[in-house]
Design a protein around this ligand. Structure first.
Ligand code: ACM
Length: 266
C-alpha cells in the first residue's frame, strides 16, 4: 500500500522561486504521501510569448528547481514527479522529472505538444517511460498526451501500475477520459492539474483544476475542486493493477485478449 497525492496549485508566470515555495508549502501542509505528482511546468507558468522567454525560464535537470525537489524527496523519503521547462544544450523541452528518495531516476520530454507549445518547445523523441520506484512501477505522461490513448496503452504494456500525469489542462474532457484510460488499461492514474487564468501576449487560458486519483476500476478515489489549490491523496495498492483479468469468470484478460494483428498497422 502507498499513499499517492496530486498537488494542485496556481503557478505565477515567470516566478520559479515563488512557485517552488508554493509547491513545497502545499506538500508540507498536506497529508504525508509516498508519491507526489505536481502539475506540468509548475515552476514557470504556461502562457509564453516567445521562444526566448521559454529559454530564459528553462533549467537543466541539475538546476535549482529539480535540486530543491530532490531535497524534499530525500527528506520525506518519497517519490516526486513534476513538470518543468528543461534546457538541454540549446534545446528547450516541455519536460518532467521523476525523483525517488532524493535521486533523479529520469526525465520524460512531452511528445504531444499542445497548440502554441509547438512554437516554444521541441517535442521529445523518446517514448513515455516506466520506472520501478519505491512507490510502484510508474508510467510518465504530460498533459495533452492524454488525448492519444496510445500513450496510456504503451505505458500499461510496458508494465506501469500507476500513470503519473502532470498537467496544465484547458480542454474539458481529460478528467472523464482518465476514468476510461484507467478502466481500459486497468491501471491507477494520479492526475495533477493546475488552476487559475494566465493572460499574456493577447492569449488568455483558464486551467481546469479538478485533479483526480482514479483506480483500475475507474473509481475516483480523490478529487480536487476546479478553482482552489489543494493536495488530494488516496491510499492505493499498486499491485492491484497487475491483475488484468476482466469479467465475472475472469476468462478475459486485457493483455492476452488483444488482437494486434487485426488492428490498423501503418
Ligand atoms: C496541455 O497539453 N497543456 C493542454
Amino acid at each position: 500500500m502507498i499513499v499517492a497525492a496530486a498537488v494542485q496549485m496556481e503557478p505565477v508566470f515567470g516566478q520559479p522561486q515563488h512557485n517552488l515555495q508554493t509547491a513545497v508549502d502545499l506538500i508540507e501542509a498536506g497529508p504525508p504521501a509516498n508519491l507526489y505528482v505536481l502539475p506540468e511546468l509548475f515552476h514557470c507558468g504556461y502562457v509564453f510569448t516567445s521562444q526566448e522567454e521559454a529559454a530564459a525560464l528553462a533549467e537543466p535537470v541539475d538546476g535549482p528547481t529539480v535540486s530543491a525537489l530532490q531535497e524534499v524527496s530525500a527528506q520525506r523519503q518519497c517519490t516526486i514527479f513534476a513538470g518543468f521547462a528543461e534546457r538541454a544544450d540549446q534545446t528547450i523541452y516541455n519536460s518532467s522529472v521523476l525523483i525517488d528518495q532524493g535521486q533523479v531516476l529520469g526525465t520524460y520530454r512531452k511528445i504531444h505538444l499542445f497548440d502554441k507549445e509547438t512554437l516554444w518547445f521541441t517535442p521529445g523523441s523518446a517514448p513515455p517511460p516506466v520506472y520501478q520506484t519505491s512507490s510502484g512501477r510508474l508510467g510518465l505522461m504530460i498533459c495533452f498526451d492524454w488525448i492519444f490513448p496510445e500513450t496510456a496503452r504503451s505505458l500499461m504494456l510496458n508494465g506501469a501500475q500507476i500513470l503519473c500525469h502532470s498537467a496544465n489542462l484547458v480542454l474539458q474532457w481529460c478528467q472523464k477520459a482518465t476514468v476510461i484510460r484507467c478502466v481500459e488499461n486497468h491501471v491507477f492514474t494520479v492526475l495533477a492539474n493546475r488552476i487559475g487564468t494566465e493572460s499574456r501576449g493577447g492569449d488568455t487560458l483558464t486551467f481546469t483544476g479538478a485533479s483526480t486519483i482514479v483506480d483500475p476500476k475507474g473509481q475516483v478515489q480523490a478529487a480536487a475542486p476546479e478553482t482552489e489549490a489543494a493536495v488530494i491523496s488516496a491510499q492505493i495498492d499498486p499491485a492491484l493493477a497487475d491483475d488484468k483479468t476482466i469479467g465475472p469468470s475472469k476468462i478475459n484478460n486485457l493483455l492476452h485478449d488483444r488482437k494486434p494483428d487485426l488492428y490498423f498497422q501503418p
